[in-house]
Design a protein around this ligand. Structure first.
Ligand code: ZN
Length: 324
């Protein structure tokens, strides 16, 4: 059964629906192709700086989330009505706990708020919370259903004051940004001198490993391993840190977050937000993801802070480098 999403993403993109671009980190043009996904969308590695990025990309990929309000509502109804949790809640709660330890109060901005599933967990905390979300439908839903203060804008048009935020977050968002350096420069302006930037992205090395396994076991077919119709850069710890340093940030912490336990149920019933999967169906995936996660944590400790192939994601906490 096809999983009916609220967005406007497609299963197949033709040559006329994609555009090519230079490396978003070093502007070089020379690449090595890794794979093609959903027709004409490609994943490549930059020959100069090793960044793995999507090229060509879907035109206006953020408009995948412009979508239809009623469909989004149907997809997420139980969560919106407070009758069910979201499968990402354990991740969101862990992320906020970490941020709260470092900055328990002050002005907090979440970029790419979507419908507000992450930000809804800040209710009852001490922060003064803001969101910014380019999708008209999703930003409206975040305000309407969760009472959040979410601006419908791109960050550069949001009109936030310079040196205003104590915390800026991008959870599962930075990999969607077509011009990540421009985004980081914008954040640097609105972040206070001692403010923190929290970024969580999927680990590009993990996707490379999954890709390699699928290719060598004949399981590749139409797998969207890189989700490249919406994920535009596939960061490794090294390429993410390089980009942050280039844009005037210093790293205070890098770590591995818990895996997202995406349910399998949507394959059978069409929606995963509305119906939680029966435990038995998800057990194998959950166990494997947890196994990889714990091995990656061990490896991280042994290799003194190097995030390897088995880590599902990369979390970095960075600060402004005022000597930049
Ligand atoms: Zn490059």
């Amino acid at each position: 059964m096809d999983y009916e999403k609220g967005g406007t993403q497609k299963q197949y993109y033709g040559e006329d629906e994609v555009i090519t671009r230079d490396c978003p980190s070093c502007s070089a043009k020379e690449t090595i192709e890794i794979c093609k996904e959903r027709g004409a969308v490609g994943v490549v590695r930059c020959r100069k700086c090793s960044l793995i990025y999507t090229n060509p990309i879907v035109k206006d990929p953020e408009k995948n989330y412009w979508g239809d309000e009623q469909k989004y509502y149907e997809e997420t109804r139980l969560i919106v009505e407070g009758k069910a949790g979201c499968h990402r809640d354990p991740n969101y709660i862990a992320d906020l706990k970490l941020i709260e330890k470092l900055k328990p109060e002050g002005n907090f901005l979440d970029i790419g708020t979507s419908m507000g599933f992450f930000l809804r967990h800040t209710r009852g905390k001490k922060w003064n919370v803001f969101g910014v979300e380019p999708s008209p439908v999703l930003s409206k839903m975040a305000c309407k259903h969760f009472g959040l203060n979410v601006k419908n804008a791109y960050l550069e048009n949001a009109g936030f004051e310079d040196n205003f935020f104590d915390v800026v977050t991008m959870t599962d968002v930075f990999e969607h940004i077509p011009e990540p350096k421009k985004m980081l420069s914008g954040i640097r302006k609105i972040l206070k001198k001692d403010g923190i930037l929290f970024i969580k992205v999927p680990n590009g090395k993990y996707n490379l490993l999954k890709f390699w396994i699928a290719k060598n076991t004949g399981g590749l077919k139409n797998n969207d391993i890189f989700d490249s119709y919406e994920h535009l850069t596939h960061y490794t710890q090294k390429t993410l840190m390089k980009m942050l340093a280039d844009c005037g940030f210093t790293l205070s912490k890098a770590l591995i977050g818990k895996p997202i336990q995406l349910p399998v149920w949507h394959k059978y019933v069409g929606h995963f937000y509305v119906y939680p999967s029966p435990w038995m169906l998800d057990m194998k995936n959950h166990a494997l993801r947890n196994l990889f996660y714990y091995i990656s944590k061990g490896e991280f400790a042994l290799r003194s802070g190097n995030i390897g192939n088995l880590a599902p994601n990369i979390i970095v906490i960075a600060k402004r480098n005022d000597n930049h």
